[in-house]
Design a protein around this ligand. Structure first.
Ligand SMILES: [Zn+2]
Ligand SMILES: [Zn+2]
Length: 329
C-alpha cells in the first residue's frame, strides 16, 4: 500500500478551510468539538482525488484500472471548472425534508433537473477514453447514444440506492456525474439546517458511506467520519460502531499485517488502512487513518486496498459501504 512513499503536489489551498460551510462548532470547556458535518469543496475534491488515483496506480496490481479512474476523476474536476454552479436546493424544500428527519437532497433534485442533465451530458461528451479498454469505450458510446431523459432516470435510481446489476458499467459514468452535481448542490444548503441521520446514511443526500476516516484536521483531530459515496460529505460517526446496523458490540479490526493472525480488538493500529467488521450483521467497511496521511482518499484508497476486501470475504464478511467507482468488486 502506498502511504506517503511518493511526493504528491501539496493539497490545494482551501481544502482544510471549511469554516465557511460548517456550523459554528460548539465550545465545551474552551475546546472545540468535532463538527458534525464537513461539506465537500468541489473545487478541490476531484483534483485531489485524481492525484491520489495517479499516485496509487504506480506499481499496483490494479494500476490500469486506477489510471482509468484517474482519467474519469480529472474529467469530473474539469466539469466543475467548466459548468456554472447548479441552482440551489429551494429553502422550502430543505426545511420540509429536514423537518421530517430526511436528508435535504432527494431524487427529485436529479430526475428532471436541467443542471444535472447538463452535467451528465458534459461529462459523457468530454470524457476522452482513447486509452481505455474497449468495453469502457463501448459503454460510454452507448450512454452518449441514449436519450438524455432516459439516462437521467437511470442516474436517479442510483441516488435511491439502486444499482442495477445489468448496468454496472453504465453506473460508473452515471455515478461520476452524480458525484459532481451532488457535491456542488450540497454546498448550496445551509449546513445548520441539516440534522444527524437516524441511520448511517449521508445526512445531505442519503447516500451510503464508501469508507470511514479518522481525520487529522482541526477541530476534529482523531475523530471518525463516514464519507458519502455520492455527494462527498463527511459526517461524524461514533467510533467502534457498525456503519450498517449501528451495533457497538462485536466490532473488530484487522489490517493486512494481521492477515495471518486473529483479528485485533484495537482500532488504532499503526497501519493507515484496515477493515472494521461487525459480528452482528457480518458486514465490513474500510477504516482509514487519514490523520497519518492526509492524501488518503476514501475512494482511491478503498480500491487500492482491494486485498483487504479479499481477506474480509474469506472471513465471510460482506461489504457494508458502496464505492460507485468500484461496483463490480
Ligand atoms: Zn451524500
Ligand atoms: Zn453491523
Amino acid at each position: 500500500m502506498a502511504t506517503g512513499k511518493r511526493g504528491l503536489p501539496p493539497k490545494s489551498e482551501g481544502r482544510g478551510d471549511f469554516s465557511a460551510v460548517q456550523p459554528d462548532p460548539s465550545q465545551v470547556g474552551g475546546v472545540a468539538e468535532a463538527p458534525f458535518l464537513r461539506l465537500p469543496d468541489p473545487t478541490t475534491l476531484f483534483t485531489d482525488r485524481a492525484a491520489r488515483f495517479d499516485e496509487l496506480a504506480a506499481d499496483h496490481p490494479l494500476g490500469a484500472y486506477l489510471g482509468f479512474l484517474a482519467t474519469i476523476v480529472r474529467a469530473q474536476a474539469a466539469c466543475v471548472a467548466a459548468l456554472p454552479a447548479p441552482a440551489p436546493v429551494p429553502a422550502d424544500s430543505v426545511s420540509l425534508r429536514t423537518g421530517q428527519g430526511l436528508p435535504p437532497i432527494a431524487c427529485d433534485q436529479i430526475a428532471g433537473n436541467a443542471d444535472f442533465a447538463a452535467t451528465l451530458e458534459w461529462l459523457l461528451q468530454t470524457l476522452d477514453l482513447t486509452a481505455a479498454p474497449e468495453q469502457a469505450r463501448a459503454t460510454l458510446a452507448g450512454l452518449r447514444a441514449m436519450a438524455p431523459a432516459d439516462r437521467v432516470l437511470l442516474a436517479a435510481d442510483i441516488i435511491e440506492g439502486s444499482y442495477a446489476a445489468e448496468l454496472v458499467a453504465e453506473s460508473l459514468f452515471l455515478a461520476a456525474a452524480l458525484q459532481v452535481h451532488l457535491a456542488r448542490l450540497a454546498i448550496t444548503i445551509d449546513a445548520t439546517a441539516i440534522t444527524p441521520p437516524a441511520g448511517s446514511t449521508c445526512p445531505v443526500c442519503g447516500g451510503a458511506p464508501v469508507a470511514s476516516l479518522v481525520v487529522g484536521w482541526s477541530p476534529a483531530n482523531k475523530a471518525r467520519y463516514c464519507a458519502c459515496g455520492l455527494c462527498g460529505t463527511l459526517w461524524n460517526y461514533v467510533r467502534i460502531k457498525c456503519t450498517v446496523c449501528a451495533e457497538t458490540q462485536g466490532i473488530k479490526y484487522f489490517t493486512l499485517a494481521d492477515s495471518d493472525a486473529p483479528a485485533s480488538d484495537a482500532p488504532d493500529e499503526p497501519a493507515t488502512i484496515g477493515v472494521e467488521t461487525c459480528g452482528a450483521c457480518a458486514s465490513y467497511i474500510k477504516h482509514m487513518q487519514q490523520h497519518a496521511d492526509e492524501r488518503m482518499d476514501p475512494f482511491a484508497d478503498d480500491i487500492a486496498s482491494f486485498a483487504l476486501d479479499l481477506l474480509a470475504r474469506e472471513q465471510s464478511f460482506r461489504r457494508g459501504g458502496i464505492n460507485p467507482l468500484f461496483l463490480s468488486f
